[in-house]
Write a protein that binds this ligand. Sequence first.
Ligand code: OFO
Length: 169
Amino acid sequence: MISEKLEKAFNDQINKELYSEYLYLSMQAYFERLNLKGFVNWMSVQVQEEHAHAMGMFNYLHERGGKVELQAIDKPEIDWESPLAVFEKVLEHEEYVTSRINALMDVAEEVRDRAAISFLDWYLKEQVEEEANVGGVLATLKLIKNDANALLLLDKDLATRTFVAPVIG
Ligand code: OFO
Protein backbone atom coordinates (compact mmCIF):
# COMPACT_ATOMS: atom_id res chain seq x y z
CA MET A 1 0.00 0.00 0.00
CA ILE A 2 1.25 3.44 -0.92
CA SER A 3 1.52 6.17 1.74
CA GLU A 4 -0.98 9.04 1.65
CA LYS A 5 1.77 11.58 1.15
CA LEU A 6 3.20 9.75 -1.84
CA GLU A 7 -0.29 9.12 -3.24
CA LYS A 8 -0.94 12.87 -3.21
CA ALA A 9 2.39 13.59 -4.86
CA PHE A 10 1.59 11.07 -7.61
CA ASN A 11 -1.83 12.65 -8.14
CA ASP A 12 -0.21 16.08 -8.47
CA GLN A 13 2.21 14.71 -11.04
CA ILE A 14 -0.60 13.04 -13.04
CA ASN A 15 -2.08 16.54 -13.29
CA LYS A 16 1.24 17.96 -14.52
CA GLU A 17 1.52 15.26 -17.19
CA LEU A 18 -2.06 15.89 -18.33
CA TYR A 19 -1.34 19.62 -18.41
CA SER A 20 1.73 18.85 -20.56
CA GLU A 21 -0.52 16.90 -22.94
CA TYR A 22 -2.88 19.88 -23.07
CA LEU A 23 -0.08 22.42 -23.60
CA TYR A 24 1.39 20.42 -26.48
CA LEU A 25 -2.05 19.96 -28.00
CA SER A 26 -2.40 23.74 -27.95
CA MET A 27 1.01 24.00 -29.66
CA GLN A 28 -0.14 21.41 -32.21
CA ALA A 29 -3.12 23.66 -32.99
CA TYR A 30 -0.75 26.64 -33.37
CA PHE A 31 1.32 24.74 -35.95
CA GLU A 32 -1.87 23.70 -37.75
CA ARG A 33 -2.64 27.41 -38.13
CA LEU A 34 0.85 27.94 -39.63
CA ASN A 35 0.33 24.91 -41.90
CA LEU A 36 3.62 23.39 -40.71
CA LYS A 37 2.57 19.75 -40.88
CA GLY A 38 5.89 18.31 -39.70
CA PHE A 39 5.74 20.42 -36.55
CA VAL A 40 2.11 19.31 -36.16
CA ASN A 41 3.29 15.71 -36.33
CA TRP A 42 6.10 16.28 -33.81
CA MET A 43 3.65 17.84 -31.35
CA SER A 44 1.06 15.11 -31.85
CA VAL A 45 3.71 12.52 -30.89
CA GLN A 46 4.56 14.67 -27.86
CA VAL A 47 0.87 14.80 -26.91
CA GLN A 48 0.64 10.99 -27.04
CA GLU A 49 3.81 10.63 -24.98
CA GLU A 50 2.47 12.91 -22.25
CA HIS A 51 -0.76 10.94 -22.17
CA ALA A 52 1.27 7.75 -21.78
CA HIS A 53 3.28 9.36 -18.93
CA ALA A 54 0.07 10.31 -17.11
CA MET A 55 -1.45 6.86 -17.65
CA GLY A 56 1.74 5.18 -16.44
CA MET A 57 1.26 6.87 -13.06
CA PHE A 58 -2.52 6.41 -13.15
CA ASN A 59 -2.05 2.64 -13.59
CA TYR A 60 0.76 2.49 -11.06
CA LEU A 61 -1.32 4.15 -8.35
CA HIS A 62 -4.03 1.55 -8.88
CA GLU A 63 -1.50 -1.25 -8.87
CA ARG A 64 -0.30 -0.01 -5.49
CA GLY A 65 -3.79 0.17 -4.01
CA GLY A 66 -3.86 3.98 -4.17
CA LYS A 67 -6.67 6.32 -5.13
CA VAL A 68 -6.48 8.40 -8.30
CA GLU A 69 -7.88 11.88 -7.78
CA LEU A 70 -7.99 13.83 -11.02
CA GLN A 71 -7.65 17.59 -10.69
CA ALA A 72 -8.63 20.51 -12.91
CA ILE A 73 -6.27 21.09 -15.82
CA ASP A 74 -5.13 24.71 -16.32
CA LYS A 75 -5.86 26.50 -19.59
CA PRO A 76 -2.68 26.48 -21.70
CA GLU A 77 -1.39 29.41 -23.75
CA ILE A 78 -2.76 29.43 -27.28
CA ASP A 79 -0.47 31.79 -29.19
CA TRP A 80 3.26 32.19 -29.61
CA GLU A 81 5.41 34.63 -31.57
CA SER A 82 7.21 32.02 -33.67
CA PRO A 83 8.18 28.32 -33.83
CA LEU A 84 11.33 29.33 -31.95
CA ALA A 85 9.25 30.83 -29.13
CA VAL A 86 7.24 27.59 -28.97
CA PHE A 87 10.33 25.44 -28.54
CA GLU A 88 11.82 27.80 -25.98
CA LYS A 89 8.62 27.27 -24.02
CA VAL A 90 8.76 23.48 -24.51
CA LEU A 91 12.29 23.33 -23.12
CA GLU A 92 11.37 25.55 -20.18
CA HIS A 93 8.33 23.36 -19.50
CA GLU A 94 10.29 20.12 -19.70
CA GLU A 95 12.87 21.50 -17.26
CA TYR A 96 10.01 22.33 -14.92
CA VAL A 97 8.58 18.80 -15.29
CA THR A 98 12.03 17.37 -14.53
CA SER A 99 12.10 19.39 -11.33
CA ARG A 100 8.64 18.04 -10.40
CA ILE A 101 9.72 14.42 -11.04
CA ASN A 102 12.75 15.06 -8.84
CA ALA A 103 10.44 16.42 -6.13
CA LEU A 104 8.24 13.33 -6.46
CA MET A 105 11.34 11.15 -6.13
CA ASP A 106 12.22 13.11 -2.96
CA VAL A 107 8.84 12.19 -1.45
CA ALA A 108 9.31 8.51 -2.42
CA GLU A 109 12.71 8.61 -0.69
CA GLU A 110 11.32 10.38 2.35
CA VAL A 111 8.67 7.68 2.89
CA ARG A 112 11.26 5.01 1.98
CA ASP A 113 9.13 3.50 -0.77
CA ARG A 114 11.74 1.56 -2.72
CA ALA A 115 9.27 0.21 -5.28
CA ALA A 116 8.17 3.75 -6.17
CA ILE A 117 11.80 4.92 -6.34
CA SER A 118 12.56 2.19 -8.83
CA PHE A 119 9.37 2.98 -10.82
CA LEU A 120 10.23 6.68 -10.97
CA ASP A 121 13.69 5.95 -12.30
CA TRP A 122 12.12 5.45 -15.73
CA TYR A 123 10.64 8.97 -15.61
CA LEU A 124 13.98 10.53 -14.69
CA LYS A 125 15.65 8.85 -17.68
CA GLU A 126 12.75 9.88 -19.91
CA GLN A 127 13.19 13.52 -18.87
CA VAL A 128 16.87 13.43 -19.85
CA GLU A 129 15.80 12.15 -23.29
CA GLU A 130 12.99 14.70 -23.62
CA GLU A 131 15.20 17.65 -22.76
CA ALA A 132 17.88 16.47 -25.21
CA ASN A 133 15.31 15.95 -27.96
CA VAL A 134 13.70 19.36 -27.49
CA GLY A 135 17.11 21.03 -27.11
CA GLY A 136 18.10 19.60 -30.52
CA VAL A 137 15.09 21.11 -32.29
CA LEU A 138 15.60 24.40 -30.45
CA ALA A 139 19.26 24.59 -31.52
CA THR A 140 18.25 24.08 -35.16
CA LEU A 141 15.56 26.75 -34.90
CA LYS A 142 18.13 29.19 -33.54
CA LEU A 143 20.34 28.54 -36.57
CA ILE A 144 17.41 28.91 -38.97
CA LYS A 145 16.39 32.37 -37.76
CA ASN A 146 14.24 33.82 -40.57
CA ASP A 147 15.23 31.43 -43.35
CA ALA A 148 11.90 30.05 -44.63
CA ASN A 149 13.53 27.34 -46.75
CA ALA A 150 15.50 26.02 -43.81
CA LEU A 151 12.32 26.05 -41.71
CA LEU A 152 10.53 23.95 -44.33
CA LEU A 153 13.45 21.48 -44.34
CA LEU A 154 13.17 21.13 -40.57
CA ASP A 155 9.42 20.70 -40.98
CA LYS A 156 10.09 17.77 -43.32
CA ASP A 157 12.42 16.25 -40.79
CA LEU A 158 9.93 16.59 -37.92
CA ALA A 159 7.31 14.84 -40.07
CA THR A 160 9.27 11.59 -39.65
CA ARG A 161 8.85 11.34 -35.86
CA THR A 162 6.65 8.42 -34.85
CA PHE A 163 5.00 7.49 -31.58
CA VAL A 164 6.18 4.29 -29.96
CA ALA A 165 4.14 3.37 -26.90
CA PRO A 166 6.63 3.42 -24.00
CA VAL A 167 7.08 0.51 -21.64
CA ILE A 168 7.01 2.36 -18.33
CA GLY A 169 8.53 1.27 -15.06
FE1 OFO B 1 5.99 13.88 -19.32
O1 OFO B 1 7.57 14.46 -20.03
FE2 OFO B 1 7.22 15.98 -21.00
O2 OFO B 1 6.34 16.89 -19.75
